[in-house]
Write a protein that binds this ligand. Structure first.
Ligand code: KQY
Length: 373
């Protein structure tokens, strides 16, 4: 049985590692909701399968599928991808999966945040979300990793860390009262310190325009390595994204990380703007209580939502006019990794991208604590 611990990661000497540190593997979920994914989720399933296949070139991948979709997922995914039956409400493993932490003896544990579908009954994207809220625990039990249940609503896509004590977050998301209405900024900071093992929190302002998560950092910016941040960027001054990215740039230029370093910011030009097409919206079956998807809506398209695998970068391909330039920039940023692009518009139509549908388990040297078996 996997123990749930009453202490906190920081008190126990644990920290969240950067995504660029070694992984034991990656977890994903299988999309199926017809109110979020067009054409009964078939095009999205093909895109998820391509992402899983690309990541499996670099590290082991596990995909959780509902009992109704297990056979289809197994048939579409290559043999080297492990498929397990796992109930869920939608397919955003970044947000519903565990945030893993490690100590300096190589033990890995997991933080299980409370999940409320990005805002609960006050702007959340669907109801109910009870199966999503169980996913992190199931992943930790499957991996035999001990669990911390954090007393806070949070999502993996709302946090990035450099693994050396610095967290990167947005005010738009973490201070939104639809997550933790009773918490002030200081309470949020205290919980991030305790559950991520960080000492310095870099607050950016707003995330990407029309990001339905309410400003997730994983669409706006991420650490490439300690001291280097990659920021989604547009030179189009009339685009409402311009002021958001400029504000983020200025805050980062003024910042010091946990080690007292200035942060180098690398701009990653964004695709588009991209919008939902009429035939795409027509393939979605609306459902009461779920966010409607309408033709013409701007999509939260950004190349920053890539996944860092062992020796690889799996990046979204979104716009033939800008994909090659983005890939070239990522190659320069990650010289030791192979950059693999996956067409991901079908994932974007569901409101996120490759980073949002994946969650890494850090390698550790002793990932299974004896008491967790
Ligand atoms: O940004 C993410 N980490 C998740 C996107 C969720 C979109 C829900 N429809």
């Amino acid at each position: 049985m996997t123990r749930t611990l009453a202490s906190t990661p920081a008190a126990d000497g644990f920290r969240m590692p950067g995504e660029f540190e070694p992984h034991a593997g990656c977890w994903m979920l299988w999309p199926e909701r017809p109110d979020n994914w067009r054409e009964a989720a078939r095009p999205a399933q093909l895109a998820f399968a391509q992402v899983a296949t690309a990541i499996a070139r670099f590290e082991p991948v596990t995909v959780g599928a509902s009992s109704a979709h297990y056979a289809a997922a197994r048939a579409l995914l290559p043999e080297q991808v492990r498929v397990l039956e796992m109930a869920h409400d939608d397919a955003w493993m970044r947000d519903v999966g565990p945030t893993c932490v490690v100590n300096d003896r190589g033990v890995v544990r997991g933080v299980d945040w409370h999940f409320n579908a990005w805002g609960g009954l006050n702007g959340g994207l669907y109801f109910p979300w009870d199966q999503d809220d169980l996913v992190a625990r199931k992943v930790l039990e499957t991996e035999c990793l001990e669990r911390y249940r954090a007393p806070m609503v949070n999502e993996g896509g709302a946090i990035h860390v450099d693994g050396e004590g610095t967290a990167l977050v947005t005010e738009e998301c973490l201070l939104n009262p639809n997550r933790n209405p009773r918490f002030e900024r200081a309470d949020i900071e205290r919980h991030l310190r305790e559950y991520l093992g960080v000492t310095q929190i870099l607050w950016l302002g707003k995330g990407v325009v029309d990001d339905e998560t309410g400003g997730h950092i994983d669409d706006l910016a991420c650490f490439v390595r300690p001291g280097v941040v990659c920021l989604t960027w547009t030179d189009r001054r009339r685009d409402p994204q311009y002021a958001r990215s400029l504000d983020a740039l200025e805050r980062l230029q003024d910042a010091r990380d946990a080690r007292g370093r200035r942060v180098r910011v690398v701009r990653l030009p964004m695709p588009g703007p991209l919008r939902m097409r009429a035939h795409e919206a027509a393939g979605i079956i609306p459902r009461e209580g779920s966010r409607p998807r309408l033709a013409g809506e701007r999509l939260a398209a950004t190349y920053v939502n890539f996944y860092i695998a062992n020796g690889g970068i799996v990046m979204p391909l979104l716009d033939a006019r800008t994909d090659a330039a983005a890939a070239a920039r990522l190659k320069r940023l990650f010289p030791g990794r192979r950059v693999v692009g996956v067409p991901s518009r079908e994932i974007l139509l569901g409101g996120g991208n490759i980073h949002c549908i994946t969650q890494q388990i850090p390698a550790g040297t002793r990932s299974r604590s004896p008491s967790a078996r």
